[in-house]
Structure formats: C-alpha cells, structure tokens
Write a protein that binds this ligand. Structure first.
Ligand SMILES: Cc1cc2nc3c(=O)[nH]c(=O)nc-3n(C[C@H](O)[C@H](O)[C@H](O)COP(=O)(O)OP(=O)(O)OC[C@H]3O[C@@H](n4cnc5c(N)ncnc54)[C@H](O)[C@@H]3O)c2cc1C
Length: 398
C-alpha cells in the first residue's frame, strides 16, 4: 500500500503523543498523559464511544483503586468464587467483595470522558493505517482523513490487531494460535440471589473442550455467560463456540427463561510480541500480547502496561530523549517475570491434556486450599506454592 506524501494533506496536526485504540489501555493512558499536560490525540476505529463491548471484564477489586478507575464502571462486586468440574463443584466465600466485574463499555466511555475533560483529543471512527517514523517524530496516517498527524511518541493500543506493532515487525504478523471467546449478556429472572455475587467457572470437556465456560455477575438481573477455547488451532474443529455456549446454558437450570440482551466475542493472542519498543513507538495491552494466558485476564495488565508507558513517556519528553522509552520494555519484562511463561505451560496441560476425570480431581484438589490461596492462584498466578504440587500430582496424576 502506498501513501501520499505528508505535504499533500490539507493540514498537519502536531501532538506530543498519538495513541491508536480506545480500549482500557489507550483510554487510561490518554487520561493520564493529558492530566500531565501532554498533548494527546487518541484514534479509535469504532464510530461509537465504548464499542466494541466484548470483554467479560472480571478483575480483582483492587484494580479500581489501583488505577483510579471510575467507580460507576463497576457492574457487580463478587465475594464468592466457584469452580465446577464435569461432576464436581466447590465455592469459596470472602469476608468482603474481593473482585469486580466491569461494565466494559461503560469503563471505556467514562475513561474517555475523563481524558477529554483533561484535554485529550478523541477521534472516533478513525482507523489508523500506518505510521512513518522520522527523526524525532512520526507521521500517523488515518483512513480517509484529510489531516495528517505528527507525534513525538506513538502508542499502539489497538488490541489483538496490533496494527502498528505488526507493521513495524515488533510483533509476529499472523499469530498462529489465537484463543477465542464468545459471550452473551442475558437477563436471568430465575437466578438465585447468590449468582449476582459469584464468579463462576466451568472446566472440563463436557462443558467446553480445550477451554472453559463462565458465568459472571452484572447488575441484577443480568449476567455474562461465556465460553472460550485456548489456542484454537489445537482444538481442530468440531462443534462451534456457539454450540458450547448453548450447551452450558442448557445445563445450568437457573438459566432457563433467560433473555439475551447482547452477544459479543473476541480473540486473544499470546507470544507474538518481539519488541515492546521500536524507536518512538510503544506497544501496550493486547497489542503487545500482554493478556495472561491462564484465564485470559487482560484488563489489569493492559492498565499496568499503560502506567509503565505513561511514566517512560513523561520522562522521555521531559528530558527530550526518546531513547529513554526503552525503559518500558525493561519494566514490563520485570513485571511479568516468569509468571506468563509458567501460566502458558499450565494452560497447555490444563486445557489440552486433562481428561474430564482429571478436571474433577483438580476441583477436589483445589477444594483443600483456602479462599486466599485460590484467589492468589487465579489472579496473582502463584501457581506452584498455592496448589501444593504434591496434592496436585496425587489427584490429577501429573
Ligand atoms: C471474550 C473475552 C473475555 C475476556 N474476559 C476478560 C476478563 O474477564 N477479565 C479481563 O481482565 N480480561 C478479559 N479479557 C481480555 C481483555 O478484555 C483485554 O485484555 C483488554 O480489553 C485489552 O485492552 P486493550 O486496551 O489492550 O485492547 P482492546 O480492549 O482490544 O482495545 C483496542 C482498541 O483498539 C481499536 N483499534 C483496533 N485497530 C485500530 C486501528 N487500526 N485504528 C484505530 N483503532 C483501532 C479497537 O476498536 C479497540 O477499541 C477478555 C477478552 C475476551 C475476548
């Protein structure tokens, strides 16, 4: 594809930072940079604010305070965690709500409004197609726009498409093993009250082969019901996600009589990122494959990477030294350590090699650990110490 030379554009708009994508990562970063008097433009290809609304958006409760998220973006708080195997089930109860489920659309809408209030320019319906890196700035090309944009720093926050990171070779072009999810938001008039305070997972081939199912609370009477397959390429066809979703709905009695409010889905990639920084371009969130491979939790990590990006961008601009952006890569790698690698190995075993009886044994094994330990395993990825290796081995054979 060829592009007009910048001189052919009617107007050149100059900014300190251009962000591509208004997901949680891009919206949060726009707010934070604008708050620090950095001139920011954010491009989002969706013409509708808050769209696409694809995420189940479960998270630990501390995410809200840690990243100063708008409290109104929380759709539900949960203090019960339940894990179901093919024939087994176990719940843990917490003294206070330990987790939240965001209204994903509202989270983005509210963050964008805050960003705009702080002075960020939000361009909806603007699909970024390419970036040209010049000496101390980049030119950003937006589909069918007459203006051209220049920025000292470009942030790719475009989610799984990783449009800039892929073009610049920071990421592998075609991720070979995407994980995929399909979800509905449904009104469930027959659901018992505890459903609206429970994060509920369904493991085993009878529920979803090579993946898992979930029911997450939203504002009563709504819940999110979803199914996801880990590394689709390994699944090799067979029934579609939609069939698993219908099967899950059929097997959970209180879901009968549900009414679908919305259907959505999305993809997650892993291990495609090569470099988080290339000259004056930084990739954050799902554009840099930062989602955790164990359960697909990505919002907290997208926000964390946005926070690292904010700090290095402020530093680089203040010191007029874009080479300092490299610090971002170091900080991110330190943050994940070996945890993502361990989670990926565990996920391979768990989703692809466990039989139904092993999933049942897994539920029996984890029923021996405390509420804090299961939380730490699922959200802090403290896998080996908490699911005591011997206990795990005895019950699963691995
Ligand atoms: C089905 C499903 C369920 C999930 N459940 C959870 C969960 O329970 N908890 C959790 O923490 N995480 C969950 N995740 C993961 C989480 O949603 C993502 O990790 C998170 O949204 C990543 O945020 P982001 O800002 O990096 O990217 P995204 O949210 O993907 O945002 C990227 C944005 O960039 C825009 N864009 C793309 N290309 C361009 C372009 N060329 N120009 C302009 N804009 C562009 C897109 O329209 C989008 O708005 C789930 C994901 C899926 C698919």
């Amino acid at each position: 594809m060829s592009y007009d030379p910048i001189l052919n554009f009617e107007q050149i708009m100059k900014f300190d930072v251009a962000i591509v994508g208004a997901g949680p990562a891009g919206s949060w970063l726009a707010r934070e940079l604008a708050k620090n008097n950095i001139s920011v433009v954010l491009f989002e290809r969706s013409p509708v604010i808050g769209e696409p609304n694809f995420s189940s958006a479960g998270s630990p409760a501390y995410t809200v305070e840690r990243f100063r998220l708008p409290p109104a973006s929380v759709a539900a708080r949960w203090d019960i965690l339940r894990i179901n195997g093919p024939t087994t089930t176990f719940s843990w109860r917490y003294d206070t709500p330990i987790g939240v489920v965001f209204d994903f659309r509202e989270l983005k809408v509210l963050l964008l409004k805050e960003a705009e209030k702080m002075g960020a320019i939000i361009k909806l319906g603007s699909t970024v197609e390419n970036v040209k890196i010049l000496n101390d700035y980049s030119e950003i090309y937006v589909k069918s726009e007459k203006e051209a944009y220049r920025a000292k720093v470009v942030v790719d926050a475009s989610g799984p498409s990783g449009v800039i990171a892929t073009r610049l070779g920071m990421r592998k072009a075609i991720p070979i093993k995407p994980s995929v999810g399909l979800e509905i938001i449904a009104e469930t008039p027959q659901a018992p009250i505890d459903v609206f305070r429970t994060l509920d997972f369904y493991f085993g081939r009878v529920w979803v082969p090579h993946g898992y199912g979930w029911i997450f609370p939203m504002m009563k009477p709504c819940v999110k019901i979803g199914v996801g397959v880990f590394q689709l390429a390994r699944y090799g066809g067979g029934p579609r996600l939609e069939d698993f979703l219908n099967e899950l709905i059929k097997r959970v009695p209180y879901l009968s009589g549900h009414h679908i409010v919305e259907t959505h889905g999305g993809m997650l990639y892993g291990m495609g990122i090569r470099h988080h920084v290339f000259k004056n371009v930084i990739a954050i969130g799902d554009a840099a494959d930062q989602v955790n491979p164990l359960g697909g939790e990505g919002i907290r990590h997208a926000l964390q990477s946005a926070e690292f990006a904010r700090d290095v961008i402020l530093d680089a601009i203040a010191k007029n030294d874009l080479a300092r952006l490299e610090q971002y890569d170091i900080r991110w790698r330190k943050y994940i350590g070996w945890r993502w690698w361990k989670c990926r190995i565990l996920a391979q075993f768990f989703y692809h090699h466990f039989s139904d009886s092993m999933h049942d044994n897994f539920v029996r094994a984890v029923s021996k650990i405390t509420a804090q330990e299961i939380f730490d395993a699922l959200f802090e990825y403290k896998i080996w110490p908490s699911i005591h290796a011997r206990l795990f081995k005895r019950h699963t054979g691995y």
